[in-house]
Design a protein around this ligand. Structure first.
Ligand code: 3PG
Length: 209
């Protein structure tokens, strides 16, 4: 899979922070059933790699990836666990090289023209825009699209069902990411119906007419 194909899987990539790996499989099934196959499991919990492993092994229709990839070693370990894509909040030369070497698509995080241009020099044209809201929101991202039209972004950080359509209406936005699909109480209570319903609503999000 190429990064562009990953970006085109669905309008929303759920960003999942999961403590209990026992919840990983039913959670992933609920998101896929709602219409969101690309799932970013953040490496922010001690059990994240186990959750990725379980989803990769037991939910074949999910495209599970790792988020919060910060160190080069994170990239290698995530792919070894079964991650099919990588997302990072920012990027360094060492991290870019490690992610490139894995052969899975990756979305390095940027929040400025210079950061985006540094990646473009290495042929990277798919990026996460992070933290989208605090960095300037849809207006900022629209302005980046003037001089840098080749880059396709997945904005993440402060994206909500209310503001997602504005992002999705920009020509340089392919999809958005966010944690709102997996509220901690729903995950804790195993309320998979609620998560499936939230996923179905998100899967239907579009740019404003
Ligand atoms: C991320 O972790 O990539 C984003 O910060 C998620 O942000 P959100 O909680 O605002 O959706």
């Amino acid at each position: 899979m190429k990064a562009d194909e990953l970006l085109d899987l669905a309008p929303v990539v759920p960003v999942v922070v999961l403590d209990d790996p026992g919840a990983a499989v039913p959670l992933a099934r609920a998101l896929v059933a709602g219409g969101l196959p690309a799932i970013e499991v953040t490496l922010r919990t001690a059990t994240a790699l186990e959750s990725i492993e379980r989803i990769a092994a037991e939910v074949p229709d999910a495209v599970v990836g790792a988020g919060t990839v910060v160190h080069p070693e994170d990239a290698r370990r995530a792919v070894a666990a079964g991650a099919r894509f990588l997302v990072s909040p920012g990027c360094t030369a060492a991290l870019r090289e490690a992610m490139t070497a894995t052969d899975v698509p990756f979305l390095p995080g940027v929040s400025s023209a210079s950061e985006a241009m540094a990646l473009l020099e290495h042929g990277v044209t798919a990026m996460k825009f992070f933290p989208a809201g605090p960095a300037g929101g849809p207006d900022y991202l629209k302005a980046l699209g003037g001089p840098l039209p080749r880059i396709r972004f997945c904005p993440t950080g402060g994206v909500t069902p209310d503001n997602a359509p504005r992002y999705l209406g920009l020509p340089n936005v392919a999809c958005v990411g966010g944690t709102w699909l997996t509220p901690p109480d729903a995950v804790r209570d195993g309320d998979w119906d609620r998560i499936r319903a939230a996923a179905a609503e998100a899967a239907a999000l579009r740019a404003p007419a």
